[in-house]
Write a protein that binds this ligand. Structure first.
Ligand SMILES: [Zn+2]
Length: 102
């Protein structure tokens, strides 16, 4: 998958926003390079497309950054409900906002 190169690229030692990286994965381990953004998600989708999200679902970050087009799941315009598997099938995310939907 196209994201593989970025996921396994060497990372600089300087740690930015350590509060983001401190979160343990809910119930399972994330592959190296992936982490969760510690921020409660209240729903997925914008306006009338808003759908509830299970507690403990977070946005997946790649190398501590959000590569997703949509800043927050609450603003996500993707209504297909089709996630994409990243990191060799380790986790499934919304391709627009990065919400973990494994
Ligand atoms: Zn989304």
């Amino acid at each position: 998958m196209a994201t593989k190169t970025g996921l396994y690229a060497p990372k600089p030692m300087a740690a930015s926003r350590p509060e983001v990286r401190a979160l343990a994965a809910p119930g399972r381990e994330l592959p190296s390079g992936l982490s969760y953004r510690v921020e409660a998600v209240t729903g997925h989708g914008h306006g009338r497309h808003r759908a509830p999200v299970h507690p403990g679902r977070y946005v997946v970050l790649v190398d501590g950054e959000s590569p997703w087009a949509t800043a927050r799941p609450e603003e996500c315009l993707d209504t297909t409900d089709q996630g994409v598997w990243i990191a060799d099938g380790a986790v499934q995310v919304c391709l627009s906002c990065g919400l973990d939907c494994t």
